[in-house]
Design a protein around this ligand. Structure first.
Ligand code: ATP
Ligand code: MG
Length: 180
């Protein structure tokens, strides 16, 4: 499994539709300060289900929508689409290629889709949760994140290990069932 393609539309500084294609192996993104390198990482985090605006370096979810510049008006929505090569079937879904997408509207609404079919955020989180691409995003190590992992209390350590071992999903299901 590897990340194959990422398309940003109206996400942060990417006002025009922008597609990045990745090959297997290591990808480096280089560019001047403020050119949008971290915004690309934010887009990856966001499309995989991130819910915390602060983890996306903003204060509200609306902050991911292109806010406009002197020459270009603000947009009403942000959309990110990620294509994952699943030819090794690491994701528990019978497709060799999986596309997940997330859209947020300035009025607050949001949409999620897997291979073009609308779904819930939960479906995306569950699809990714056994792969190391889960909600806690320990594969995306941002500034300060390493510190948080090193300083985690026993409960925090347990959550990391549970997610890595693929049991967090089942515990969350159990918690949801008990709440009903
Ligand atoms: P550095 O090398 O300093 O880390 P970078 O390449 O990582 O820079 P980013 O942090 O990805 O840069 O991009 C910052 C730019 O994105 C800023 O110019 C900021 O104004 C712009 N930006 C962030 N959010 C939005 C938004 N919602 N609308 C328009 N522009 C945005
Ligand atoms: Mg940066």
């Amino acid at each position: 499994m590897y990340l194959k393609e990422l398309t940003l539309r109206g996400f942060k500084s990417f006002a025009s539709s922008t597609t990045l294609r990745f090959e297997p192996g290591i990808t480096a993104v280089v560019g001047p300060n403020g050119s949008g390198k971290s915004n690309i990482v934010d887009a990856l985090t966001w499309v995989m289900g991130e819910q915390g605006a602060r983890n996306l370096r903003g204060t509200s979810m609306e902050d991911v929508i292109f806010a406009g510049t002197a020459t270009r008006p603000a947009l009403g929505r942000a959309q990110v689409t990620l294509t994952i090569d699943n030819s090794d079937h690491a994701l528990d879904i019978p497709y060799a290629e999986v596309t997940i997408s997330r859209t947020v509207f300035r009025n607050g609404g949001s949409e999620y889709a897997i291979n073009g079919s609308q779904c819930r955020l939960l479906d995306i989180q569950e699809l990714l949760s056994d792969t190391g691409l889960g909600q806690q995003m320990h594969v995306i190590v941002g500034q300060g994140r390493l510190d948080a992992i090193l300083r985690a209390d026993p409960a925090g350590n347990r959550a990391f290990i549970e997610e890595a071992a693929g049991i967090l999903k089942h515990r969350k299901r159990k918690e949801r069932a008990l709440r009903k």
